[in-house]
Design a protein around this ligand. Structure first.
Ligand code: ZN
Ligand code: ZN
Length: 174
């Protein structure tokens, strides 16, 4: 674990004396420590597995992240918990020719002693949050009229609901 530093607001890979080849680091970190400050949402630790393949001046990094977060359903407003999984790959190199090949290749100075992956991990977790948050795929939501949660109860609003366009037409005909 000597090649991996886990501290306040920082997860760093020590590269200064890293041996060639494959390295794996597994850590469990407090969400706030990696900038996930929404304490109500991220109440559980973030599990992180970092794989580094060092080949000369290139560091092939793979970050696998797992956590669980609390959300509110977009339709019925009920809270629910969902697992979040993310994976991020990036290459660090001090070889400038290699750098131009792809946007996921970043520069690391030859004398740099560590690579900070905190921001990558934070962003990966945030990107893993689905845009549409539903407690279940077929959530029936709330009745727009009486507010009943249609997943657990039924109401009679739909039956006596009158289309407002018909109301306007009726007035015209009068
Ligand atoms: Zn729902
Ligand atoms: Zn209703």
């Amino acid at each position: 674990m000597t090649n991996f530093v886990c501290g306040v607001k920082a997860m760093k890979i020590r590269i200064s004396q890293m041996e060639e080849g494959h390295h794996t680091f597994v850590e469990s970190e407090n969400p706030q420590a990696i900038g996930l400050d929404d304490t109500n949402r991220f109440s559980r630790d973030v599990n992180i597995r970092v794989e580094v393949d060092k080949r000369g001046r290139n560091f092939y990094i793979r970050e696998i992240i797992h956590t669980r977060a609390r959300f509110e359903c977009d339709r019925c407003l009920e809270p629910f918990v969902r697992d979040l999984d993310a994976e991020y790959r990036v290459v660090y190199t001090s070889d400038s020719e290699f750098l131009e090949l792809d946007e996921d290749i970043r520069y690391v100075a030859p004398d740099q002693s560590e690579i900070d992956i905190t921001e990558d991990i934070r962003e990966s977790v945030l990107l893993a949050i689905p845009i549409k948050l539903l407690c279940k795929q077929d959530c029936k939501g709330l009745c727009p009229r009486c507010g009943a949660n249609l997943n657990v109860e039924s109401c009679t609003c739909a039956e006596d609901m009158i289309d407002p366009r018909w109301e306007a037409l009726k007035k015209l005909l009068r």
